[in-house]
Design a protein around this ligand. Structure first.
Ligand SMILES: [Zn+2]
Length: 412
């Protein structure tokens, strides 16, 4: 597509008025074909205050379904199809919800400081030469626009992290392998990226532990180590639970999702949200992952006695952290930092918990939900607790319907 054609296309889109300066740049990119497939949520998204990173993702599914899903949830700025065609989903200056629970060098919630590119493909397979060409152009343009050096072009797998769960007692890296291949030296050099991070700054600083040694080797190993790690064949058994492979190893943060299905050796099936006893998962159980669910799985309200026998099973070493919130059965709400270790141990079954959360305090006439948690006020990972004790997720609520003295909790 020629430069003038692209420009004509752009000028018909009033939303993009802010981007005019950038268009000169995009036009210099010979052969970059772009179409607009804006998310219905695009105009609602706030303009980012800063842009320090480019985050690369892999869709783990084919173009059409991925594009529909990304559009519906407003989960990326760009999508690069297997033929190298680029789709715009959220205006690049606005916030797209693509990183979920994320941290890099101590900074969290990278949606607020990054541009996202979804590449149609899989974390452990090479992309097409048309994709290399388009991605190289697109990344280069965005680096110029936002002054982003090569070492801050990251993969989603580098920045995603998980809150403690039944398999990992600490907040951990390895929640996702998304975009893993974009850490490979060979891939980066084809994309024109000369520098890359050589270690995980948050694991090194002990803010997180490493829950996926294989991933760490691919992300930060030498070219030779990466090659050896990638050569390890992951065949059909990759989706089957065994003594060495837990439900978390396979499904990661989607292990207890309603859209993840478990097929037991006897052929019976259950969804992730229907399983109570994870320790009794039979070897040979096959995991069926959904391709259509949102990349940012909603954080659930966890319950002692259901999601784990004790608070420690659920929050690991964060039981007494300020970011672990307890909704007591008697109606009190407490942060882990307010509890003694004895009282944590004696919490009864039915106590509900949020791990990795900010206690936002009360909504009032002078302090709206948006004032407290910004963009996150109406996402499914944010929770409201009404005076009567009822808890409602942010995507189920309208701003006018939040009475004063409602408490709000949002993901850190
Ligand atoms: Zn991703």
């Amino acid at each position: 597509m020629g430069c003038s054609l692209i420009r004509g296309l752009v000028l018909t889109r009033t939303v993009l008025a802010i981007g005019i300066v950038a268009w000169g740049g995009i036009c210099d990119a010979v052969g970059l074909q772009i179409s607009d497939r804006y998310s219905p949520l695009n105009r609602q998204r706030a303009v980012r205050k800063r842009t320090d990173y480019i985050l690369l993702h892999t869709t783990e599914g084919p173009t059409k379904g991925s594009l529909n899903k990304l559009q519906r949830y407003g989960e990326t700025h760009y999508l690069v199809g297997t033929d190298g065609h680029v789709y715009r989903v959220v205006n690049k200056h606005r916030i797209a919800m693509h990183a979920g629970r994320s941290m890099w060098n101590g900074r969290t919630n990278l949606d607020e400081s990054s541009v996202a590119i979804e590449v149609v493909g899989y974390h452990n397979r090479d992309i097409t030469s048309a994709q290399y060409k388009a991605l190289r152009e697109l990344v280069g343009e965005l680096q110029q626009i936002y002054k982003i050096p090569d070492e801050r072009v990251l993969s989603h797998s580098m920045v995603a992290y998980g809150a403690p769960n039944r398999w990992h007692k600490h907040s951990h890296r390895g929640r996702k392998r998304c975009g893993m291949l974009f850490a490979k030296h060979s891939v980066r050099s084809r994309l024109g990226l000369d520098k890359q991070p050589l270690f995980d700054p948050d694991v090194r600083a002990r803010r997180l532990v490493n829950a996926d040694p294989y991933l760490a080797k691919v992300l930060y190993g030498s070219a030779r180590e990466q090659l050896q790690a990638s050569a390890r064949f992951e065949g059909d058994d990759a989706l089957v639970i065994s003594a060495k492979r837990s439900a978390w190893d396979i499904a990661r943060d989607k292990y207890k999702s309603a859209e993840t299905e478990y097929v037991f050796p006897d052929g019976t099936r259950k969804h992730g949200n229907e399983i109570g006893n994870w320790k009794a998962m039979l070897p040979g159980t096959r995991v069926v992952l959904s391709e259509t669910q949102s990349a940012n799985e909603a954080e659930a309200l966890l319950t002692i006695g259901e999601d784990g026998a004790t608070a420690e099973d659920i929050a690991g070493n964060e039981v007494r952290a300020a970011s672990t919130i307890y909704l007591m059965k008697d109606g009190r709400v407490q942060q882990g930092s307010q509890l003694s270790s004895a009282s944590v141990k004696s919490l009864p079954a039915g106590t509900r918990m949020l791990v990795g959360y900010v206690h936002g305090g009360y909504v009032s006439a002078k302090r709206s939900a948006f004032d407290i948690c910004g963009e996150k006020w109406n996402v499914d990972s944010t929770f409201y607790r009404f005076r009567d004790g009822k808890v409602v997720a942010g995507d189920q609520i309208s701003q006018g319907a939040i009475p004063p003295l409602t408490m709000v909790f949002f993901q850190r």
